[in-house]
Design a protein around this ligand. Sequence first.
Ligand SMILES: *Cc1c(COP(=O)(O)O)cnc(C)c1O
Length: 416
Amino acid sequence: MNRYKNFGISDKVADLANEVQKEIKLVFEKIEEVCEYNSLKVLKAFQNNQISDMHFNQTTGYGYGDIGRDTTEKVFAEVLGAEDALVRGQFISGTHALTVALFAFLRPGDTLLSITGKPYDTLDEVIGIVDNPSSLKSFGVNFEKIDLVNDEFDYQAIEDRLKQGKVKLIEIQRSKGYSTRKSITIDELEKVIEHIRKFDKEVIIMIDNCYCEFVTTKEPLEVGADVIVGSLIKNLGGGIAPNGAYIAGRKDLVNLAAERLTAPGEGKEVGPSLGITKSILQGLFMAPSVVASSLKTAVFASRILEKLGYDVEPKYNEQRADIVQTINFNDEQKLIKYCQGIQMGSPIDSNSIPEPWDMPGYTDKVIMAAGAFTQGSSIELSCDGPIRPPYTAFMQGGLTYEYGKLGVLKAVQNMM
Ligand SMILES: *Cc1c(COP(=O)(O)O)cnc(C)c1O
C-alpha cells in the first residue's frame, strides 16, 4: 500500500522508499547511539550548572549581571569541552562570529593560513580575497592557503610553510561549503592538529565547525583545537534558537573575541540576552536529536538517489563529518526540480517556487529552497545549488526524520 498517495507520491517512489528504509536500518542504529551519547553530555551539563527557571529571565540595556546568559555560556563550554564560550544573539550569523574571531585574534602584519583551501564564500570579503575596504587585508593581515590534495590535508606543504616562518592563525573549515570536496572528519582533524603541533606550538588553530556539531561523539576542542566557531541556526540551535552563534575554546581567546564583539574593557560582561536564553538552552537540549534527524534524512536521500543512479556524497553507509548531503544531477533541470520539490515538501512557503537567481558573492546563479520557521535556518530541511556543472544539490537539515523523509520524497517525485 502506498501511504504517501495523498501527498502526491507515485507507487514507484513509495516502493523505492520502503526498500531504502530497510537498507538503512543499521546506519540509523549508529546514529541513534551517537545521539544518546550526546544527549547525555548535554543533560549532564545542564545538571552540573544547575539550570533552573531563573536562568530563563532576561536582561535589557547593557545586560550587566545576566546570569541566564552567563550560565548558558558555561553549559555550552562544558558540552563543547571548552574553557569558556561566547554564545550570543548579538552574533548575526556564523559569518559574523567567524569575522569577530578573526579580527579579534589577528593584528596587522600577521598571517592567516587556511589549510582547507579557500574558505567559505561569505568570508571572501572578510579576508580580502574579494576587495572590501573593511577586510582583514585592508588592515594589513596577510592571507595564505594550502589546498587539500585528493580531499586530504597536504601534510608536506603544511610542514614546509610552518618551518618557513611565523603563522599566527590556522583556519580549518570542516564542512565542504559549496565545494565538492569531502568534509573533514574528527579523526582527520586530530591527525592534522598533531602534525601542526610538531612544528608550531603557538599557532592558533581555529575551526569553522558549522554543520559538524553532534555528528559524532567528539568535538574539535577535544582533539586539540584552540577555538571553534559555529552558528545557532544550524546544529547547536536545534531549530529552536531564534538566531545567534558561538565562539568557544581557550579562555584568553574567547575573551579577545568578547572584547571585539562588544568593546575593549567590557567584553563578556555586557550584552543583554533579551529573552532568548530559554530558546537557546532548549535548542541545545534538542540539538542531539535534531542533528540525528538531519543525519537520517541525509542517509535516506543518499540511498534513494544512489539507487536512482545519481552520484551522491557521502554514500549512505559512509562515515559522516557533517549534516550536508550532496547529489550531482549532471542536469540543470533535475537540480532545479529537486530543489523546487524540497520547497513543496516544506511546512512554510510550500506554495512558492524557488528559481535560480544571481546572489551577491556568487559567480553563478544559485537556487535555494528553504521552507523554514527561522529565516535562513539550515538545520531545517533546506537545499541549494549553484547552477553550474555537475549541477550539485547541497541538502541539509530536517527537524524530524519523518518531515525530512517526506520532503525528500516530494523532491524525488518532482525531479522524476
Ligand atoms: C553556514 C556556514 C558558515 C556561516 O554561514 P552563515 O550563513 O553566515 O551563518 C560558515 N562556514 C560554513 C562551512 C558554513 O556551512
